[in-house]
Design a protein around this ligand. Sequence first.
Ligand code: NDP
Length: 451
Amino acid sequence: MAVSDHVDLETFIGGVKKRNPGQPEFVQAVQEVAQDVFEFIEDKEQYHSAQILRRIAEPDRVISFRVCWEDDNHNVRVQRGYRIQNNNAIGPYKGGIRFHPSVTESVLKFLAFEQTFKNSLTGLPMGGGKGGANFNPKGKSDAEVMRFCQSFMTELYRHIGPDTDVPAGDIGVGGREIGYMFGQYKRITNRWEGVLTGKGLEYGGSQMRPEATGYGAVYFMENMLKHKKDVIEGKTAVISGSGNVATHAAEQITKQGGKVLTLSDSGGFIHDPDGINQEKIDWIKNLKNVKRGRISEYCDEFKGASYHEGKRPWSVACDLALPCATQNELNEDEAKMLVSNGVIAVSEGANMPTTLEGVHVFHDAKIMYGPGKAANAGGVAVSGLEMSQNAERISWNHARLGEMLTELMEGIHGKCVEYGDQGDGYVDYVKGANIAGFKKVADAMLAYGVV
Ligand code: NDP
């Protein structure tokens, strides 16, 4: 029998850095997972000798392509599109599409890697993928967005399929963009099939999908608090972002009797000491999804609120924090500020919004900290249920899907506790999510042999 190649954690990370130059987000994501996985597999020779983590940290496929489109002034524009197919050991690749100027191969590789563990945690048969383009939908007309989406799908369609890879929305990709892309896929292939999730209800979308990520992040928070015999009711919450995830997180906090103090966008944040209630949330949804305006406009509409340009909301004292905008939006100093202002729990609606240093601050202070890969898994979980409904040509009602989402989030929380309970009453949710997510994918890969 061959002697297995046991590298230590430092050598492993050194190799990841060397093989992925100029990809800091990807290295950061692998580093976070590797620490916990190395500890878990220390006495499990089978994972070492099969090089499982090394294989998961090497995407199955990185597809990059040119996307040409014409703007309203007839200028030809050229963007770069991607699809990262990270791992399909437990099901078809699954993960969102992001349209944002900050999209790079590194950002999408980190997201596809994280997605692999997240999807495994849901318990549903979905592998990990992610895609996108460095296209900025902000300030573009509907016709320009449509032409871009059609051009993007004209290449992407050959790499995806309902049993191969099923993309969804993410930053900059909501119902409008999914509609344009699904329409183009259908036109090119002459097939009506569940190749995208997050579709409109008229054409195969699932009830509860728009709400699922934000509601799920709050259900995860609820479960963490419940584990400590506490509740959301009566607590204040600071939320970042004002997109799909943030507005639905705000809605569910409010439904459970909490008070939401802030929301934000890339321009700054608004602070409303009276609380952002359902009427105000509905107004923001319309502002962002229909008028496509800026969060600063909130202060013209609702008196008593203040706008803080160029700032993030973490200086506002609160019991609960929910970062729901983007990656690395909460750093070490901001984490310290939250802790000194008395935060008791953090649930991440966004992917990797807290830097590694910030996560250490929460852990050292024994704050309940639910990482994105567990806390925001509700979105992809309901996407998985949309795939099932499409495959069976049926649709379940809102109440049933709501119950399923609640159960799924409870199950994910339970798995995190199983593998992350430190024995002293503290649950390391990062470790729990990493190990539970890893184990299922790793065992499937072992079953396949070297492929
Ligand atoms: P949206 O595009 O609907 O909203 C994104 C929000 O974040 C906007 O308010 C946007 O402000 C803000 N934002 C984006 N980039 C930055 C930045 N660099 N600095 C400050 N604010 C920023 O996206 P979603 O709500 O769908 O996604 C938010 C996060 O949740 C992402 O991390 C995504 O990966 C994650 N997620 C989303 C899921 C989903 O189902 N949609 C599923 C799981 C995770 P502005 O309008 O100014 O750009």
